[in-house]
Design a protein around this ligand. Structure first.
Ligand code: HEC
Ligand code: HEC
Ligand code: HEC
Ligand code: HEC
Ligand code: HEC
Length: 402
């Protein structure tokens, strides 16, 4: 008997200890995998590329520079939301590997890792650290510089710097837009920020088993949608080529989000005389990933209201299209009401004309939310820009619709 209770007590202590450790240790929502475990080595930069800064590239590629400046990539380090979140995460070194991926952008060099999941780097002061370059975040060279050469997809360019041809332009995106890796403690369909896995699942090419294997890079389509095609010279006075605008619009751009879906509000004929029914239908027609995608912070809200002639709400529905995850002690998908590509979603409201004989209009409004208010409070961040905005609205006057 005694021996048994000792074992039970020991077991309980181990379990409590385990859960306590899972709750107090820093949050590791992904594995630092080989794709981005080490910063990009820039030790062999040819003299023509100077300090590797975006301005240097921009001195020849003016248009590309001007576009990049308007994007969140150029603010991947200075973005106040990133800064607040990073501080909340104890400024962990691994965040730098995507938000400032060049070795010169990092005050310390990663020499190796102490642990298998690569969250505990061995660091050494970096004499080549360039703080101005750090502030450029995902700068030109983050995507274009590899082993002394500039990578691109064009043939036969006549450049003053060495160039190397990429098989496919989407290769560039995969380094940072897949956050995944083999681990034992996750139970989800897509990794957090699972844009690539979402696209592959819509084609049925991925069965989740703990790791996103990027297949068929050409068919991902990231560049087709996020870098609009344009014919223009690469440098002033150069040959006109098939180029792409460096715009990467996403959740921060209402016009881009509006392109992601088609939606309508309409009346559905009912046989019952004293009832009316209205349906709002929304379909993700403009992405190949989910809407919204990216960090699980993002969500859409659908608000449907039955109003009287004074604008007073008689009946109301509110839906959140969101991915809910549990982070501790394990990472588990709780619910996912976001819109997969191509599958229509309907929300309906029915009312009795007897009960609401003063109903004057029905209205639906859809808003995009970059982040939820609770999370901002938790990381103690106040956004200067609005964190949500309207992307769709329609109102039907009920007297007319009858
Ligand atoms: C001194 C001027 C100059 C500088 C500085 C310069 N480039 Fe270029 N680059 C060119 C010229 C010229 C071409 C070829 C234009 C053509 O043939 O149409 C070119 C071509 C390219 C291409 C196309 C390669 C391909 O195969 O698709 C890329 C990408 C590129 N540059 C990126 C960069 C980046 C990134 C930087 C900064 C790290 C940079 N360039 C700095 C002049 C420059
Ligand atoms: C070196 C890492 C890196 C690479 C390579 C990269 N991205 Fe990003 N991307 C980021 C980071 C980091 C952010 C978020 C920055 C922030 O909000 O602070 C981001 C944000 C975005 C956004 C969101 C814009 C918004 O408004 O929120 C889009 C779209 C995007 N990237 C598309 C692409 C595409 C397409 C490619 C390939 C051509 C690509 N990215 C390559 C790191 C990268
Ligand atoms: C997020 C990754 C990313 C960043 C940052 C980036 N580029 Fe590009 N760039 C690409 C990709 C991908 C292509 C190939 C597009 C295609 O299919 O033609 C490209 C192509 C180019 C080309 C060749 C013309 C073309 O469109 O193919 C030039 C020149 C160029 N980039 C210059 C720059 C300069 C200058 C900067 C910084 C101001 C920069 N790029 C920043 C991803 C990036
Ligand atoms: C058919 C067009 C299309 C393709 C293909 C596509 N996207 Fe998008 N993407 C969009 C649209 C439209 C949005 C805006 C709505 C949204 O956030 O889902 C968007 C949004 C995004 C965002 C913004 C999320 C945020 O947090 O703000 C990121 C990041 C992104 N896409 C990355 C990618 C990457 C990486 C790929 C390739 C693996 C890709 N996209 C392929 C159309 C596309
Ligand atoms: C594997 C590359 C990668 C790593 C590592 C990484 N990020 Fe990101 N981060 C991204 C990309 C790509 C985006 C934008 C697209 C998206 O939402 O998925 C992003 C977006 C963000 C955003 C949203 C910014 C906005 O404007 O809404 C925050 C905040 C952020 N990251 C914080 C962090 C922190 C903190 C860490 C370290 C714990 C970290 N990231 C590590 C790639 C990375």
């Amino acid at each position: 008997m005694k021996k048994k209770s000792v074992i039970i007590i020991a077991l309980v202590i181990v379990i409590i200890g385990f859960f306590t450790w899972r709750f107090i240790r820093p949050m590791e929502i992904f594995v630092v995998d080989d794709r981005f475990a080490y910063p990009v080595d820039t030790s062999e930069v040819p003299p023509v590329l100077g300090d590797l800064s975006a301005e240097t590239c921009g001195s020849c590629h003016t248009e590309f520079y001007r576009e990049w400046r308007t994007t969140i990539h150029s603010k991947a380090f200075t973005d106040p939301y990133f800064q607040a979140d990073w501080k909340f995460e104890d400024k962990r070194d691994s965040c730098r590997l995507c938000h400032t991926p060049l070795d010169r952008q990092q005050p310390q060099t990663v020499l190796g890792y102490r642990d298998a999941s690569k969250w505990d780097p061995v660091l050494e002061e970096n004499p080549n650290f360039d703080s101005k370059l750090q502030h450029e975040g995902v700068t030109c060279a983050a995507c274009h510089y590899r082993e002394g050469k500039i990578v691109g997809v064009l043939d036969n360019v006549n450049a003053p710097h060495p160039v190397k041809k990429l098989e496919n332009a989407n290769e560039v995106c995969v380094r940072c837009h897949v956050v995944d890796g083999k681990r034992w403690d996750t139970f989800y369909r897509f990794p957090p920020c699972g844009t690539v896995a979402e696209i592959q699942s819509s084609k049925g090419t991925v069965k989740r088993s703990g790791e996103t294997v990027v297949q068929d890079i050409a068919s991902l389509g990231c560049v087709d949608c996020h870098m609009p095609a344009i014919k223009r010279p690469l440098v002033e006075g150069g040959v006109v080529r098939n180029a792409r605008q460096h715009l990467w619009r996403g959740g921060h751009d209402p016009e881009m989000v509006k392109k992601a879906f088609t939606a309508d509000l309409f009346e559905v004929a009912l046989t019952k005389k004293n009832k009316r029914k209205f349906t709002f239908e929304i379909t993700n027609t403009g992405t190949r990933h989910y809407l919204p995608t990216g960090t699980p912070d993002r969500y859409l809200s659908v608000n449907m209201k039955l109003l009287d002639s004074q604008g007073k709400v008689l009946k109301e529905q509110y839906h959140k299209l969101i991915r809910k995850m549990m982070w501790r002690p394990f990472i588990i998908d709780l619910a996912d009401t976001r819109l997969p590509y191509g599958k229509p979603r309907q929300y309906s409201m029915e009312y009795s004309t007897g009960e609401f004989n003063n109903a004057a209009a029905i209205e639906v409004k859809v808003r995009y939310h970059l982040v939820n208010e609770k999370r901002l409070k938790r990381i103690n961040y106040q956004s200067k820009e609005p964190i949500d905005y309207e992307v769709f609205s329609k109102r039907i006057d009920l007297s007319e619709a009858e």
